[in-house]
Design a protein around this ligand. Structure first.
Ligand code: DON
Length: 581
């Protein structure tokens, strides 16, 4: 193999015109980073940008995206910059060791999606997480080296950029390299997230690394990641070959061997990101464009919207008992379908068209009663026609030409498997847990699955990620998505309803409290203050069980206002931040 000399130092690889615009970035990042930990990153709501906007989980990543847009990059260029910046400053979910989905629509209405979901290694097999009695071994698909799926992010970003990007790849990687090499300060929320995981890091890693050097992290602690800067420099200089081959790949496989993982060089070489037809459906006077299998997100979202469309949600009122009851009843039916019918379409004939047929969906709602909860025990997956053979993070971007990009990406749990690739400085995912390890046994998000989502070599595990773009009368209306495991689908669903039925502004919509039902367990999970006590009483009288829980998702979205300016919504549940011009 050719030896490449890669310089981990921040380098002047920018083309001259972009260089002048982006030259001040490192100094700006350090200043912003200091400001963030000294006063906390809470952003006062920004009402509008005139031309272009980025909303992501971290202020520094949003600023990278905005600087690329200002320098003339398009939304895909900005997505690449944001993705790699998140891999540095937001390691709990931003990643190069994970995967995700990208949905994009250009100003003429052409839409595309890229599946860069992780794949099961070739040595994976159906019973790999079961003991000799056929029982699931706790944590084996969730923590450590065996939980790792073959990462897709670098291939996905490359595919997007190769077809739709406009600025040089190297220029888009450089801000992330600068952040890793020059350093940044931890926010309070990141310090807290790290502190929860230090024991896991120490248990599953075999090499020293910054993240578990200390016992307690604090807001303002300074982070320098030279190994990660070097890894990103390989990717900057060599593209996917800098990750799936060469020294970074060698480090990943050496890490696997130290920890008895099963991913091999052949798995890395065989990884491919896939262009897939996005799913398109309608809701009232809007078109909804979202991600198809191997995410369940688009199918489930379109099913939910179709199920509630015949009902006058706006006259019921926001979070009224009628509205919540209707949405929950739709959700339990849709999640029952998800558990049986959804999986990787390259391995399982997912009946997408059948699941979205209006006649099929009307049939699913025949058992709906306006006055009483339908127990989940009496709801089963339907029999759609087979009409064809066939801690996550989200960012939303709109550029000055009107191209929209919606990306949800993840390592699965916060910091994924907890395994950091020794010497290469990045965390590997624990996405194998998204397979159904055994029919009837729930995964980390309580989700059930069966044959369609059983483990097979080279197969992609089912996802709930729902990066979505909504248009009205052929004009872009909103870009939306969120993390949150199984709650992703219902959070996107609620935000579309907030905008379309309840006419909210985007800041109000992303901040509004949320609720969730996923068929099993048979309960409505809700955030504190989501419901008036009287609404809770009415729902309980109908037979619903309610369970209060912590924050649901972190929705980052952008609304196009009449007249064309952009109103961002950065979820206040996290450090999420909007930037633009
Ligand atoms: O693909 C999925 O559905 C999950 N791996 C997403 C995990 C997630 O959202 C965790 N973040 N809160």
């Amino acid at each position: 193999m050719t030896k490449h000399v890669v310089n981990s130092q921040p380098q002047a690889v920018l083309s001259p015109e972009i260089k002048s615009k982006m030259r001040q970035l490192p100094v700006f990042f350090i200043a912003l980073s200091l400001m963030l930990w000294s006063c906390g990153p809470e952003q006062a709501p920004i009402l509008r940008f005139d031309h272009a906007a980025v909303v992501s989980a971290h202020p520094l990543a949003s600023e990278v995206g905005a600087s690329i847009l200002k320098a003339g990059g398009n939304a895909v260029d900005a997505a690449v910059g944001v993705h790699f910046a998140l891999a540095v400053v937001f390691p709990q979910a931003g990643n190069i060791g994970g995967g995700g989905f990208l949905v994009t629509r250009d100003e003429h209405g052409a839409a595309h999606s890229i599946d860069f979901r992780e794949k099961a290694p070739a040595a994976a097999f159906r019973e790999m997480y079961l003991d000799e009695f056929g029982e699931v071994i706790p944590d084996l698909s969730w923590k450590g080296h065996l939980a790792v799926g073959v990462p897709g992010s670098v291939a996905g970003m490359w595919a997007a950029h190769d077809s739709l990007g406009s600025l040089p790849w190297a220029d888009l990687l450089q801000p992330a390299i600068d952040l890793a090499a020059l350093g940044f300060a931890l926010t309070a929320k990141e310090a807290e997230a790290l502190n929860e995981k230090i024991d896991r890091f120490r248990t599953y890693n075999t090499r020293p690394a910054l993240w578990w050097e200390k016992d307690v992290w604090q807001a303002g602690d300074s982070i320098h990641l030279p190994d990660l800067a070097r890894t990103l420099s390989y990717i900057r200089d060599l593209g996917p070959a800098g990750f799936y081959q060469g020294p970074v790949a060698d480090s990943m496989i050496a890490e696997m061997q130290r920890g008895q993982g099963i991913m091999t060089h052949e798995d890395l070489l065989a990884y491919d990101a896939q262009w897939r037809e996005p799913l398109r459906g309608s809701y009232r006077d809007c078109e909804v464009i979202s991600m198809g299998p191997p995410s369940s997100g688009g199918v489930a979202l379109l099913q939910l919207l179709e199920l509630v469309e015949p009902f006058p949600l706006s006259s019921y009122g926001f979070h009224s008992a009628e509205a919540v009851h209707l949405m929950v009843e739709a959700e339990r039916r849709v999640y029952a379908d998800r558990a049986k019918h959804l999986g990787d379409p390259d391995f399982w004939p997912v009946p997408v068209a059948g699941l979205l047929q209006p006649a099929y969906l009307q049939e699913r709602m025949k058992s709906f009663s306006e006055n009483a909860a339908t127990p989940s025990d009496s709801i089963f997956a339907g029999n759609p026609l087979v009409l064809e053979s066939t801690e996550t993070t989200h960012y939303s971007i709109i550029d000055a030409q009107g191209r929209a990009v919606s990306v949800t990406t993840t390592l699965n749990g916060g910091y994924g498997s907890g395994v950091l690739v020794g010497g290469a400085g990045f965390f590997l995912n624990n996405e194998m847990d998204d397979f159904s390890a055994k029919p009837g046994v729930p995964n980390a998000y309580g989700l059930l699955g069966a044959e369609a989502n059983a483990i097979e070599p080279g197969k992609r595990m089912l996802s709930s990620m729902t990066p979505t773009i909504v248009t009205r009368h052929d004009s872009l209306l909103m870009v939306v998505g969120t993390p949150g495991g199984s709650t992703i689908i219902t959070s996107v669903f609620q935000n579309i309803i907030n905008i379309v039925d309840f006419n909210m502004g985007m800041n109000v919509s992303v901040s509004a409290p949320r609720f969730h039902h996923q068929w099993r367990p048979d309960q409505i999970d809700y955030e504190k203050d989501a419901f008036d006590p009287k609404v809770i009483q009415v729902l309980e009288n109908m037979g619903h069980k309610l369970s209060i829980r912590g924050p649901i998702g972190r929705v980052d979205a952008i609304l196009v206002l009449p007249g064309g300016s952009l109103s961002p919504g950065a979820d206040p549940r996290g450090d999420d931040w909007s930037s633009g011009y």
